[in-house]
Design a protein around this ligand. Structure first.
Ligand code: CAA
Length: 380
């Protein structure tokens, strides 16, 4: 067993850290206030290879491993979780979904563009009445011979307004339950496909989240991913990797807040000394450091499982469950260490605390992760 990073991994981590400090940090508070994220920054992340980290270079990707992916995600998330969710969804849900299960034509037409960041992808599974209960899809896709006709509503879609390529999960045969679900590639601008207003959110406010409406949207048959009825398994397999991305996002949010709290505690004085010298604060720092390191181990283990070709359904669920809990708890502690300043935007920790909450909700709530883990524990 070797816990050290390779020189290449350290270089990749440092490149992401440098990008986050020089490009993401300036303007992060304003982007949170205005709920915006400039195209220019997305393009820069694409230029650095962050939008298709694990994709084969023959499809325009960076050809890196999952360890590199989580290192990049952690560094981006320390500064701007809105940027990192864009990266996570594009990489783990859209690029992976297309590369692992798409046809060669689909890869050439769509993956080559989303892997470079020339285009952005979105993953459309959640619905008003099908969030955690993902098999209860109400969106329908009716087989019309050479095409399908999609009708329905998708909710809380990350990159919903900004994306060009949408992977849409829909019910093609209600009688067959989850075996009658399919996944489709839908292009922005397809007639009948409408993007609703942007959600006004608690956290990750720079990332655009929308409701999407499908009214008699015609999608050619060649845009179905996989065999007929593969859509639910497609979603589950893709989300297993997505959960590694969100776990590393949660880890980064926690680590970013911890680093700020540590620095602040060495500068801020109270009762005649820096506050880190008071045991009340020192013990908080000890707990934060330990919890974050434990989360990092779980995140790395899940990424390692993926790189080794092991099954990572359980390890990704455990990493997400634990890292998101750590993110929530430790960002609250970071605000507490900052005292009154922690409540003020310019100190960044209140934003990280707000950003942390979504990591316990999207790509499967903590309760869903416990279903996945407990089923695995009982089965094995
Ligand atoms: N890999 C492959 N197949 C899988 C699988 C996996 N990881 N998990 C389940 N399956 C298969 C099962 O084997 C079963 O197939 P068979 O009948 O052939 O054996 C089938 O899928 C149905 O599985 P279950 O009976 O376990 O289904 P369930 O109804 O009990 O649901 C669940 C399981 C884990 C709760 C699932 O519904 C789930 O993960 N829900 C959460 C959905 C979610 O994460 N949504 C997030 C939205 S996406 C998002 O947030 C993106 C974003 O924008 C940030």
């Amino acid at each position: 067993m070797d816990f050290s990073l390779t020189e290449e991994h350290i270089m990749i981590r440092d490149a992401a850290r440098d990008f986050a400090q020089t490009e993401l940090l300036p303007g992060v508070i304003e982007r949170d206030n205005t709920q915006t994220f400039p195209k220019e920054l997305v393009r820069k992340m694409g230029d650095l290879g962050f939008m298709g980290i694990m994709v084969d270079p023959k499809y325009g990707g960076s050809g890196m491993d999952a360890i590199s992916y989580v290192l990049i995600m952690e560094e981006l998330s320390k500064i701007d979780a809105s940027a990192s969710v864009m990266v996570s969804v594009n990489n783990s849900l859209v690029c992976y979904g297309l590369e692992a299960f798409g046809t060669e034509e689909q890869k050439q037409k769509y993956l080559t563009k989303v892997a470079t960041g020339e285009q952005i992808g979105a993953f459309c599974l959640s619905e008003p009445e099908a969030g955690s209960d993902a098999t209860s899809q109400k969106t329908t896709a009716i087989d019309k011979g050479d095409h399908y006709v999609i009708n329905g509503t998708k909710n809380w879609i990350t990159n919903g307004g900004r994306a060009d390529v949408y992977l849409v999960i829909a019910q093609t045969d209600k009688e067959k339950g989850h075996k009658g679900i399919n996944a489709f590639i839908v292009e922005k601008g397809t007639p009948g496909f409408d993007i609703g207003p942007k959600e006004d959110k608690l956290g990750i406010r720079g990332s655009d989240t929308h409701t999407l409406q499908f009214n008699d949207v015609k999608v050619p048959k060649e845009n179905r991913i996989g065999e007929d009825g593969f859509g639910f398994k497609f979603a589950m397999k893709t989300l297993s990797g997505g959960r590694i991305g969100i776990a590393s996002q949660a880890l980064g949010i926690a680590a970013g807040a911890y680093e700020l709290a540590l620095k602040y505690s060495k500068e801020r004085k109270a009762f005649g000394t820096e506050i880190c010298n008071h045991q009340a604060i020192a013990f908080k720092l000890a707990d934060m450091h330990t919890e974050i390191e434990a989360a990092r181990m779980l995140v790395m283990k899940a990424a390692w499982d993926k790189d080794q070709g092991n099954n990572y359904d359980m390890s990704s669920a455990m990493a997400k469950l634990y890292a998101s809990k750590v993110a929530m708890e430790q960002t609250v502690e970071a605000v507490q260490i900052h005292g009154g300043n922690g409540f003020v935007k310019e100190y960044h920790v209140e934003r990280l605390m707000r950003d942390a909450k979504i990591t316990q909700i999207y790509e499967g709530t903590s309760e869903i992760q416990k279903i996945v883990i407990s089923r695995g524990v009982i089965r094995d």
